[in-house]
Design a protein around this ligand. Structure first.
Ligand code: SF4
Length: 377
């Protein structure tokens, strides 16, 4: 039996994928938009986004896989229902973006896409090349997914399925196989006059509809930024310590979000959803590894997570964190020491001057000294 688009759709369902679409491997229609975005430096420190070899691959899928003809794109729901909504908004707790509550999706999706590709190879006697991507390749996956009929692009730059919202992961099989049928692209957008997500973003990260300036985005800073977080933005982070769901959750299409039945994405521990800030400030390397094993949070390491927790603590402004922040002024990481100093300043104001002056005098890290000097004026 030959491998048809209809059989690929059936197999995707059998493997438990929520969505599946097939598109020809043509250049993305949003390529020019992406090139302008890079030119404006809106990718921040994500230098890999602008690397010439990566840009070439995004321009032409045959740079990724010579002879590429088709793109099979799948979606898998991840949103777990979470009964205690109050805990998410509790400023005494740090908040983790919903996609990261369970096991790292790269592992889950990659394994399943491997068996998908093996099935395809077996069906055609191995007569094609392929490559699997789960958020790691140089590919404008949201726009290809729109071409494959999986959703439209929202003003918040997310891919939105008109009857499922945005809470699903994407993965791709690029293949040299030519298929008998391709899915109809979705409309470019269905946002109409709505602009809720743009107004809801606390750091004003959208300079225009469909344009995200990563340099102002909470997700970018809490996950991708390896260094100092822009001081002018920190007070707007609220209690987010890993990622952010705001522009997604304010979208009216999110009311269609289905609860994921994939066990791997369900949170097994409240501390992987909204951990107490005090616990995050006291996190040592061993506890971090144990608590976030196989979670997407594991990728940023203890140093960046504690840095983020310091920002959330500075926004909480509760005296209970003061002893922990003072202890962090002696942390081995200058980033942690500096962000703890900021949190102390936010919480104690001028009463922290002595502590910060002492830190300035004893610390020889240039970045930290600049940070503390700016606080002390
Ligand atoms: Fe589009 Fe409104 Fe959703 Fe933003 S909130 S993505 S403008 S529909």
């Amino acid at each position: 039996m030959s491998l048809t688009a209809a059989r690929i759709h059936d197999k995707a369902r059998e493997l438990g994928f929520t969505l599946c679409g097939i598109a020809p491997a043509e250049p993305s229609p949003t390529l020019a938009h992406y090139l302008r975005w890079i030119q404006r430096g809106m990718h921040g420190e994500m230098g890999y986004m602008a690397r010439p070899d990566r840009v070439r691959r995004r321009q032409d899928l045959r740079e990724v896989l010579p002879g590429a003809r088709s793109l099979i794109i799948i979606g898998l729901d991840y949103r777990a229902s979470f009964a205690d909504e109050d805990a998410l908004k509790d400023p005494a707790r740090g908040r983790i973006a919903s996609y990261a509550w369970g096991v790292d999706y790269h592992q889950v999706l990659s394994l399943r896409l491997e068996s998908f590709a093996e099935w395809m190879l077996a069906e055609c006697g191995g007569l094609f090349d392929h490559k699997i991507y789960v958020d790691t390749g140089a590919l404008l996956e949201r726009s290809h997914a729109q071409q494959a009929g999986l959703g439209f692009i929202g003003k918040n730059t997310m891919l939105i399925h008109p009857r499922r919202g945005s809470s699903f992961f994407l993965g791709e099989i690029i293949t040299s196989l030519e298929l008998d049928d391709y899915d109809t692209p979705q409309r470019e957008t269905m946002c109409g006059t709505c602009a809720r997500c743009l107004a809801a973003c606390p750091t004003a990260a959208f300079p225009a509809p469909f344009v995200l300036d990563a340099r102002r985005c909470i997700s970018y800073h809490t996950i991708e930024n390896k260094g100092w977080v822009d001081r002018d933005l920190r007070a707007d982070f609220g209690n987010w310590i890993f990622g952010c769901d705001i522009c997604m959750d304010t979208c009216p299409f999110q009311r269609f979000t289905a609860v994921a039945d994939e066990m791997a994405f369900l949170p097994l521990d409240m501390r992987r959803v909204a951990p107490k800030l005090v616990d995050m400030l006291m996190l040592d390397e061993g506890t971090f590894r144990q608590l976030f094993r196989r979670s997407p949070v594991e990728r940023i390491g203890r140093e960046r997570l504690v840095r983020n927790a310091c920002i959330a603590a500075g926004n909480w402004q509760d005296k209970r964190v003061v002893p922990h922040l003072i202890q962090l002024l002696y942390d081995t990481s200058p980033l942690v020491r500096g962000h703890a100093a900021w949190a102390l300043w936010q919480t104690m104001g001028l009463d922290s001057s002595k502590l910060l002056t002492d830190l300035y005098q004893r610390d020889d890290d240039e970045g930290l000294r600049g940070e503390v000097a700016a606080l002390l004026g």
